[in-house]
Design a protein around this ligand. Structure first.
Ligand code: AMP
Ligand code: TRP
Length: 329
């Protein structure tokens, strides 16, 4: 069976874009693949953070993923820092990657802004990500388009290591959704919906109550004219609403457009469909949030399961690169 692995940072609140674009697919993928999903708390240390908040957000993301349908009996859901082999393998891969390769990463350039005060972890971030992937011999890595470069680096590092030290790692493929599979901001429909707080009115959060969802959809920016047609270039606002209606009701946006002659009824139906879509997720979310101890127990088990796989790969890599094993282990 194909092994898939993906990761999410415990930063920001989960919104409809992440749910429809990623986490809902994680939940369906778990039944067709051997699936590993990791909450990458170590990656969140690369920028300013608050320790208590990080701990809370790690648990919040776990709750969200479980509410989105991840079943800990079917997939392996775990926390990166709870599996020490991630940092262990990172060192071996840091001695495989070059400074030039890491310095050229777009995300490093954007987030680092050329500052001397930037954390070294921000530079080596993609190497930790490569370790996340290579430890599990992942065949496929579902990620957004912004991660394409990091996946390419992972492949380069895996191939270089295998070439230098003998076959050790599976070389993974990125699985990137088509460009159309993007949920756009309701206030600025040419920008993708994101967890940044620039326009909270343009972002629907998975835990928004029905009144908030209705209000945000009603105020969504539409385009000039009154036609309800799917045309992302000419009518980005209406097309986004049709994408949402289609995604929520399992139809194409073109099919979803049938039968509307003005924006009002379309918006009413989009709001109703999103409320229905999120209702079971919110119900499960409330149940899980009421028992954080049970969620921590799920993560304990997931991390233990992950470590079994990770420790075998880390030992293989340590051996290949020439480290003397401790006897009796
Ligand atoms: P983020 O919330 O940015 O950490 O993204 C988490 C996951 O959701 C990543 O796999 C993203 O590619 C995906 N994602 C985030 N925003 C959107 C969006 N507006 N539309 C579709 N997918 C998204
Ligand atoms: N860098 C990814 C992001 O920001 C998160 C991530 C870390 C990841 N490790 C991973 C994604 C491993 C896929 C596989 O979205």
């Amino acid at each position: 069976m194909t092994r898939v692995l993906s990761g999410v940072q415990p930063t920001g609140d989960m919104h409809l874009g992440g749910y429809l674009g990623a986490f809902r697919h994680w939940a369906t993928d778990q039944h067709d693949h051997d699936a590993f999903y990791v909450i990458v708390d170590l990656h969140a240390l690369t920028l300013d953070h608050d320790p208590a908040e990080l701990r809370q957000r790690t648990l919040d993301v776990a709750i969200m993923l479980l509410a989105s349908g991840l079943d800990p009996d079917v997939c392996t859901l775990f926390v990166q820092s709870q599996v020490p082999q991630h940092t262990q393998l990172t060192w071996l891969l840091e001695c495989t990657a070059t400074f030039g390769e890491l310095r050229r990463m777009t995300q490093f350039k954007e987030k680092g802004g050329g500052q001397e005060s930037v954390r070294v972890g921000l530079l080596t971030y993609p190497v930790l990500q490569a370790a996340d992937i290579l430890l599990y011999d992942a065949d496929r890595v579902p990620v957004g388009d912004d991660q394409r470069q990091h996946l390419e680096l992972t492949r380069v590092l895996a191939n270089r290591f295998n070439h230098r030290y003998g076959p050790t790692f599976t070389v993974p493929e990125a699985a990137i959704p088509p460009v159309g599979a993007r949920v756009m901001d309701l206030q600025e429909p040419t920008r993708k919906m994101s967890k940044s707080v620039e326009s909270p009115q343009g972002t629907i959060y998975v835990v928004d109550d029905p009144a908030d969802i209705e209000r945000k959809v009603k105020r969504a920016v539409t385009d000039s004219g009154t036609d309800v047609v799917y045309d992302p270039a000419a009518k980005p606002g209406v097309s986004n609403l049709l994408e949402l209606l289609g995604a929520a009701t399992e139809r194409s946006p073109q099919e979803a457009a049938q039968g509307y002659s003005s924006y009002g009824p379309l918006k009413a139906d989009v709001a109703a469909a999103l409320i229905e879509l999120l209702r079971p997720v919110q119900k499960r979310h409330a149940e899980l949030a009421a028992d954080p101890g049970a969620v921590e127990a799920i993560l304990d088990l997931g991390s233990a399961k992950a470590e079994l796989v990770a420790s075998a790969t880390a030992a293989r890599a340590s051996d290949a690169i020439g480290l003397l094993p401790r006897r009796g282990s």
